[in-house]
Write a protein that binds this ligand. Structure first.
Ligand code: ZN
Length: 293
């Protein structure tokens, strides 16, 4: 093995990286570690304080929704163990969308445990045709690469994992291949309908970004609004976040810890609708601002 770069030169390169305004996404990710916890019944939280990862015990293998940020896979494996499960039992990972901060563990789980990887069909196409839109090149690790999904999720898919049946919809907007899914969790208060919406960020709706990707009329913003409307009326008793900010994951966890015998703060029938309406209103305000047009 040969390397012509001195360690000093490498460190100075790394110092430059640390001055990057995006550096906090990649450096010292362990500061975002969250002790895993049971949300409700067979649904657990194994993500960090920024990007969610959910673990579902299907009764015949574990399913993860998302696989964390690139560079955070050791934290995810630790969280699965700490929750009382064995990462080798993760049979499926369903990815919310194809961005760098949600797919970090995909290749590791597939190679290490034979986990089957799922991704929305339009994002699988994005990986083939415009892989740079995944932002994987921003991961700050030249060893990170995209994965090949074992299954490409399509509109209306109803898929069974152990004793869990999930219904999928495509909700393009944040990416073309964002998925929404719905399934029943089983816990002490009986079956509760879970709802998941795979990507809310407006970063991919910005003027310059849309012009760059070939959408100078900003049609993607209308696509996003239509996706919100499509699943708005779904019955959801337990809204699972894509990032913690969506459902105040950690605030609810604090309330759960403060009053373990009280009502489960994650069971909230109004949250799904109110949050989707909030994003609709925020996007309408964003679209009517001349600065964004
Ligand atoms: Zn994203």
């Amino acid at each position: 093995m040969t390397s012509r770069e001195s360690y000093e030169a490498y460190l100075s390169r790394r110092e430059e990286l640390a001055r990057d305004r995006m550096a906090h996404y990649w450096l010292n990710q362990e500061s975002r570690y969250v002790h895993p916890f049971q949300i409700y019944g067979n649904v657990w939280y194994v993500g960090d304080s920024w990007v969610c990862v959910h673990l579902i015990d299907t009764g015949d293998g574990l399913l993860l929704i998302d696989s964390g940020n690139c560079g955070a896979t050791a934290m995810l494996v630790n969280a699965v163990w700490e929750a009382g499960f064995n990462p080798a039992d993760v049979k499926w990972i369903v990815h919310s969308h194809g961005h760098v901060d949600h797919i970090g563990g995909a290749n590791f789980f597939k190679r290490m445990y034979g986990t089957k990887l799922y991704l929305g069909e339009p994002d699988a196409r994005m990986y083939r045709e415009r892989p740079e839109l995944s932002f994987i090149q921003d991961s700050r690790n030249d060893c990170d690469i995209l994965f090949t999904p074992d299954y490409e999720i399509k509109e209306g898919d109803v898929l069974t994992f152990g004793n869990i049946t999930m219904t999928f919809y495509l909700v393009p907007g944040h990416t073309d291949g964002c998925i929404a899914c719905f399934f029943d969790a089983d816990g002490p208060e009986g079956k509760k309908r879970c709802g998941y919406y795979g990507g809310f960020g407006f970063n991919t709706l910005q003027k310059d970004f849309l012009i760059e990707i070939g959408d100078p009329e900003y049609r993607t913003r209308t696509v996003y609004l239509n996706s919100l409307a499509k699943v708005r009326e779904q019955k959801v008793e337990l809204f699972l976040g894509n990032h913690c900010v969506n459902n105040d994951t950690l605030g609810r966890r604090e309330r759960q810890l403060a009053d373990p015998e009280g009502p489960n703060p994650f069971l909230d029938e109004k949250l799904w609708g109110s949050y989707l309406d909030q994003k609709r209103d925020e996007l309408l305000a964003f679209m009517s601002d001349p600065a964004n047009n």
